[in-house]
Write a protein that binds this ligand. Sequence first.
Ligand code: GDP
Ligand code: MG
Length: 164
Amino acid sequence: SKPIIAVVGRPNVGKSTLFNKLIGKRLSIVEDTPGVTRDRIYAECEWLGKTVMLVDTGGIEPKTDDIILAQMRRQAQLAIDSADVIIMVVDLKTGVTATDHDIALMLQKSGKPIVLCVNKCDAPGGLPADFYEFYNLGLGDPVAVSSVHGHGTGDLLDECYRHI
Ligand code: GDP
Ligand code: MG
């Protein structure tokens, strides 16, 4: 069966935009309102002759009493459990948040390979200064991506493929 790559992170960092860019279709709903993707959404993605199953998730809010956010977190946990590789998406524009730290810890506990994607790196040429703070999450070298423009998505998949 095909390797499974799960896209996780807190709401609004651009997971669904990345997912759509990687599969080359608009399947997952992109919204400015956090929490639009509630269930897991699956699609095949082919890159350099390999086919993988990509999973988009609604986002993780580790500390919440909200029923919908708790349901999204359960769905994300199921995606994490079934994944061979996890892409953790963070947002250059907001920088590292406390929730990012919580999610990074939770993912490290899963013992699965994690690839850190710093999304919204839209400006061409060179890495922005704010990029380096994401090393503080302790997940190794982050990959700079603009899901809107498609920059860095090849590097991101290359990094995922090292683990499968
Ligand atoms: P999700 O909740 O993590 O799935 O995030 P979405 O994919 O729904 O995106 C949330 C918002 O971030 C939307 O307004 C997207 O257009 C925007 N967004 C996503 N990726 C990028 C990017 O690479 N650059 C910029 N500037 N905005 C982005
Ligand atoms: Mg989404």
